[in-house]
Design a protein. Sequence first.
Length: 175
Amino acid sequence: MLFRRFASAVGLAAALCPASVLAEELPAMKAGLWESRMEATGGGIPVSTSKQCMDGKIDIEGMMKQMGGMCQVTWKRVGDTIETDSACKMGPITARGKGIVTGDFNSKLHIETTTITEVNMPAGGPKSAVPIDPIKMVIDARWLGPCEPGQNPGDIIMPDGKVMRMPKMPAMPSG
């Protein structure tokens, strides 16, 4: 289960963070409440819908550094799409992902990612009992309007209605 969650996190990190890496070339996601529907094949990840309050200023690169810099993400604009490549490592687990992002960043985004996870256990170590298949994710996000009263940028409303309060993230550098 840890492997599946890690691979999911890699795909999401690569897909949802474009504004921090190419801030000069890409628009930030419009401030307000965004609803995201995620569907995945492989890895046993259920379809889920969540909402997130965005302010267009969250520095994902800074957030990744706070998490220990486990992931490297690169971006390239190709016409009207953004192509992503990501690589994350956590102990013996390595996950590599590729993605394509389309949309206007004001009202909608469509994201497709594929993540391949490898487990490289030390010689004599236990073998993974869970087969690690490629995980393909499709995320459709749409802008709903202003954030809900009392919400802070980064807060996520989970499918069960619970709110995950995100720690205060560093603002993106201006300029």
